[in-house]
Design a protein around this ligand. Sequence first.
Ligand code: SF4
Length: 264
Amino acid sequence: MVLPRWVWDYIRTIMEGGSYAELRGWFRDPVAPRHSVRPTVSEVSSPCPTKRDAYLRRVAKIPMEDTEILRLGRLIHEIFLAPFRESIPLSQLDSRFENILNDYGELGNKYKTQLYEIYTKAITLALNARDEGIPTSVEPSIPGAPIGLSDVVKPDILVGFIPMELVTSSPTEELISRKDIAVTAYALAIEAWIGHPVDIGIVLHISINGKLRFTWRVVKIDDTLRRAFLDMRDDVARIIEHGDDPGPASSCPKTCPFYGVCHG
Ligand code: SF4
């Protein structure tokens, strides 16, 4: 199975006694867009406290700097998702890995050991899922417009109808709250798409700082999270639609690709 056994068991446990969400993706009035601009999931759940990054990119048209940390994040995603994306013949597993690494030049070699470990773990999970007939799809295109998001939204993996996001760092309080918003956005989009309730999202944190670490988080998508997502979506849409510069935040992550623009 894609998720470790204990994650499935944990999902069952936290859903027992059922307190269910009332706000669903298929209820047009509460979830319909309030603005003509429809942001992406990453704009809504970005690390910028004031959402100035959305203003800089979409209004001021300042391109995002492609930092090493962003490239490493993309590389980890590619390595992890490859075995889920396609059934790689056993004889080609290593060459497929090398091909992905080669596309990233020196960066791939720098983290080769940890990346290979991620790759082998992903192969095991993907093979288990296939053996057990658990349906998965990688970066499926789900309509986002019904809930005021971009034309399509793409969770990293859909396990059945559970959206799963991959994050390439350890869980911190800040990261947890915005990734919870991201899986909530996907859950609402799936509900609007198929009319089936989605009360769970999964976030897998992969940290390669020091010893490789996988941290699985089960997110119970309740009405509080659903409302928080809708409020953030409206804030970001308003900033872009009206061209309002929210200004730099008082505390910004040094890794922000716009750090030089806001604090240069
Ligand atoms: S530097 Fe700060 S205010 Fe500017 S985009 Fe990044 S997080 Fe936002």
